[in-house]
Every structure is written in structure tokens, then in C-alpha cells.
Design a binder for this molecule. Structure first.
Ligand SMILES: [Zn+2]
Length: 505
């Protein structure tokens, strides 16, 4: 209610200001100019957040740092993240963002959460790990208690332990493996001249990683390590999109999806027990949009069943994969209408608008996501091109999950200052910041994406209020029940207060 009163006052002020402008002629009035500036600032993300004296002090400090950073050459948000990373790591703002309690990560994918370094230096050193050098210079991994059979792209598997033993420089070899599991390269413009080329590498890196993380014992450790990395970045809760790939044992036996769900549940519970200020995880079941209608129908029915059996764990359903290559949401309307037809509630969290193909069928995904009552929109990169859809999503409180580095690496935007989320943020549209695929981009947790959003997208307008609202949004727009949202918000507030007092000493 307080918020409503606040916004109606703002509307009134705004009407008065405009009326005043119309009445005025001649030179602009500096007081009125100031008032209009303040009024516009109040509309942005965090613009109506009231800051305490200590918070104002920190905000002023951040402003000073940002002025300096924006005048520096090179300016990291104007560069490709792969080149900007060392500069970001030295940034005083970034160091502060690392310590800031960021709330929840609402847009991340299950097999690309933890660092590629850990996968190589830990997982590939485990016994029975085989490698094969596939066509096109990529690698595949498999754990097996005997020599694996050849596959169509992998004719010869080598035991990594023996391979390394014969190497003069295993460290250099490990570095090359890390490069295989990420998109990271020193010259991204040359390596990825088009969206197609970067998506091809993206899909290939997923395949390379999958042999490691779907090995059942690794699956659990990998999730634990991922939570460790996010927790280390001051993230307290994750909503993870997962296709529930089948996991396997050394003898080749396969576990079903229920095994994976139980593993998610167990590992999350164990981690929360050991870290009481970590709330846990929920899973958004996801299927690839390249599939047929009948396959998506089966996946939706499956999701309904799993949600019934794991109501605390399953948050909902999504379609993943490159939108430009896949089928639009409308193509799957029969499958996606199933829950409504059956009278059950399966929340949707659709990727939509991760495209620059204005006016295509794929571009209609944003509207269709809302027509299917999506609870949030993944990416929504194209949203500012659709004023009506934007209005609808605002009215319905459907937050956009903005993943700046993902959009840049996948070649939708090059300079972060031109990211369309700038429009959403200046209007105070509901947004959250997330990191999509940290393993592939060489990020960790959420801080790098927060940096790009705060310094690049938000520019000098973004202040501590912006950061505070972004963190609180991640709780407000999560799939958690009202009771758990309240619990998480209380936990976050405690950490936030401590963060503020630590900085202001
Ligand atoms: Zn995604």
C-alpha cells in the first residue's frame, strides 16, 4: 500500500511538472530542471529505495569509484568480457560486489555452474577417467571400469592417467583441457566471427562437460562444488535449470531422473546444514526446444509428475537451447497447454527474447511466454522492442532475468553500455541479474554480471539503491513460497546490514 501511495504521489508530481513546463516559456528554470532529473531518477531500479545514512555514505563512495572507473582506459564494460576480466578483477567496485550479499541466482544451468579449473584439476584426475579427442579438436570424457567401446565420434579412448604419465608438460595439457571446457579465448572476435560459430562452440563445450558431470559420484561432488562457488560469491539460494540428464556408474549402468532429483535434494540439504546462511536450491525442469511436440508433451507430463513427487524441489518448467535455431513457443502450444487442460499448475520460466531477429516467429516468444503465464522471462533481451509485452510483463510482475555476460559472449551486444536492459533499469522494470553459464564464460557466482549491470548498463545513474533492489528482487521474484521468501529476505537483510557496517568502518 505504501508503495502505491508513493507511486501515485510521483504520478501527481509528474503531471504537475509537465503542466508547469507547458505553462512556461523562455529560458528553462534550473529548479524545475533539477526536479525533473530527480523525478526521472526515482523511476529507475532502486530509485524509490530509502537508504540509511551509512548506505548513503557507501553509495557516495561507490559513485566516486565509478566516476574514476568510467574515465579509465580501457573501460571494462565497453570491452568483450574475456578481455575485460583481468581489469574487472582489479576493480575496487568489483571487489566490493564480491562481498555484497546478492540474494539468489535465478537463471543458471545445471551442468555449467562450477569452474572449468575445478573440473580439470579435480575431476579429470580421478581414477578410471578416459578421454577421446573427437573430430574438430574437441574432447569427450567417460568414466569406465574397462576400455570404453568406440563411438561414432570417438574411435579411441585413452586412460587420462596413463596419458598424463607420458607427458613432459601435463600442466600445459591441463590448460588446454580447461580451454576445451569453456568458451574463453584471448581473441574472442577472431575466434567467434558470428553468432553461429559461438553457439557451435557453446554446444560442443556442453558435450565435453557432460561426460564428466553425469558420472554419478562426480554429479554430487560437482553440485556441492557449484554451491560452494556461489556461496563464496555471497549467493544464498539458486534456481537451477536442469534437463535431468541420466547419470551413469563405472560399469555403465544408468540411474533414472528420480535418482538425480534425490541427489539434488540430498546435496542441497547437506550444504545448507553445513552453511546455515544458505537456503538451498530449486530445480526448473528444462527440455530442449529443438524437440518435437510429442516429446515436449511427454516432458510436460513428466514435469507434472515430478512436481507432484518433489513439490519442494521442483519450481517449474522451461524450454532451453538457442531460440533462433529452435522452435518457437507457439509451435508447442498444444504441449504447453497441457497443465491448464488438466487443471494442474506447472509454473513456467521461459527463456524468451534471447534474439536480435526482430519480427520473426522466434521474436514472438516474449508475447507467448506471457500468454502461457510464464512466472519470469529468461533474458528478455528483445523486450524493449515490444512495448505492449513490456507493459504486460510489468503489470503482471513478471521479472526479466538479465544475464549481461551471456548476451555479450553469445554476440547479441558488444558494448555493455548498449545493453537493452538499460531501458528496463531506467524504467524500474522488474529485473534480476544472473550468470547463465559460469563454467563456459569463466565467471564465478554472480559478481561479474553484477559488475557489468552496475557499471556498464546502469552507468552513473545506478547507485547502492539499485544494487539493493536487484538483490531484493532476486528473492521477491523467486519461486519460493511466501514463508520461505520471508525467511530468505530476513537472512539476506542480516548479511546486508553486516556488509554495510563492514564497509563503513
Ligand atoms: Zn539460459
Amino acid at each position: 500500500m505504501a508503495h502505491r501511495i508513493h507511486s501515485s504521489w510521483l504520478t501527481l508530481f509528474s503531471m504537475m511538472a509537465f503542466a508547469f513546463i507547458n505553462l512556461c516559456s523562455g529560458a528553462p528554470n534550473p529548479h524545475q530542471r533539477e526536479m525533473l532529473k530527480r523525478q526521472e531518477a526515482s523511476r529507475q531500479t532502486g530509485g524509490s529505495v530509502t537508504l540509511t545514512p551509512r548506505e548513503l555514505q557507501l553509495s557516495a563512495y561507490l559513485h566516486k569509484l565509478k566516476v574514476k572507473e568510467m574515465a579509465s582506459v580501457p573501460f571494462p564494460p565497453s570491452m568483450h568480457y574475456f578481455k575485460a576480466r583481468p581489469f574487472i578483477q582489479q576493480s575496487a567496485i568489483f571487489k566490493l560486489l564480491r562481498k555484497m550479499p546478492k540474494g539468489a541466482a535465478l537463471h543458471v544451468h545445471s551442468s555449467v555452474l562450477a569452474s572449468a579449473e575445478w573440473l580439470v584439476r579435480n575431476v579429470t584426475y580421478r581414477p578410471h577417467c578416459y578421454i577421446c579427442f573427437a573430430w574438430g579438436g574437441s574432447v569427450r570424457f567417460l568414466f569406465s571400469d574397462g576400455q570404453p567401446y568406440p563411438r561414432w565420434e570417438c574411435l579411441y579412448w585413452q586412460l587420462l592417467e596413463s596419458l598424463r604419465a607420458g607427458m613432459a608438460n601435463p600442466d600445459e595439457f591441463d590448460n588446454s583441457l580447461v580451454r576445451n571446457l569453456t568458451l574463453f579465448t584471448e581473441d574472442p572476435e577472431a575466434a567467434y566471427p558470428s553468432q553461429e560459430s559461438v553457439w557451435a562452440r557453446f554446444d560442443d563445450a556442453f558435450l565435453a562437460i557432460s561426460g564428466l558431470v553425469t558420472y554419478a559420484p562426480v554429479f554430487r561432488d560437482y553440485l556441492y562444488q557449484s554451491l560452494e562457488e556461489f556461496y563464496g560469491d555471497n549467493v544464498m539460494y539458486l534456481e537451477i535449470r536442469s534437463g535431468l540428464s541420466k547419470t551413469y556408474e563405472l560399469d555403465g549402468s544408468i540411474h533414472d531422473k528420480v535418482w538425480s532429483l534425490k541427489a539434488y535434494q540430498d546435496v542441497s540439504a547437506k550444504f545448507s546444514a553445513e552453511h546455515p546462511d544458505f537456503l538451498g536450491i530449486r530445480i526448473i525442469l528444462s527440455s530442449h526446444r529443438i524437440q518435437s511436440v510429442s516429446m515436449i508433451k511427454a516432458a510436460v507430463m513428466d514435469a507434472i509428475e515430478m512436481q507432484k513427487n518433489f513439490p519442494e524441489l521442483i519450481a517449474g518448467f522451461d524450454l532451453v537451447g538457442r531460440e533462433d535455431d529452435g522452435r518457437p513457443l507457439w509451435y508447442f502450444r498444444e504441449a504447453l497447454s497441457l497443465p491448464a487442460d488438466l487443471g494442474v499448475n506447472l509454473p513456467y520460466y521461459f527463456h524468451a527474447g534471447e534474439t536480435d531477429l526482430e519480427g520473426t516467429d522466434v521474436d514472438a516468444n516474449l508475447l507467448d511466454a506471457l500468454l502461457f503465464n510464464s512466472s519470469r522471462i529468461g533474458h528478455g533481451y528483445a523486450l524493449p522492442h515490444h512495448p505492449l509485452v513490456k507493459e504486460l510483463s510489468r503489470k503482471k510482475g513478471v521479472a526479466v532475468e538479465v544475464c549481461p555476460i551471456s548476451n555479450q559472449v553469445l554476440k547479441l551486444v558488444s558494448d555493455m553500455r548498449n545493453h537493452p536492459a538499460a531501458v528496463l533499469m531506467t524504467e524500474g522494470h522488474p529485473v534480476v541479474i544472473s550468470s547463465d553459464d559460469p563454467t563456459l564464460f569463466g565467471t564465478s557466482g554472480l559478481s561479474y554480471d553484477f559488475y557489468e549491470a552496475f557499471v556498464g548498463i546502469g552507468g552513473l545513474s545506478a547507485n547502492l539503491g539499485t544494487l539493493k533492489e536487484l538483490a531484493m528482487n532476486s528473492i521477491k521474484y523467486s519461486s519460493l513460497s511466501p514463508v520461505l521468501k520471508k525467511a530468505l529476505l530476513d537472512m539476506w537483510q542480516k548479511k546486508w546490514d553486516k556488509f554495510i557496517s563492514d564497509q563503513c568502518q
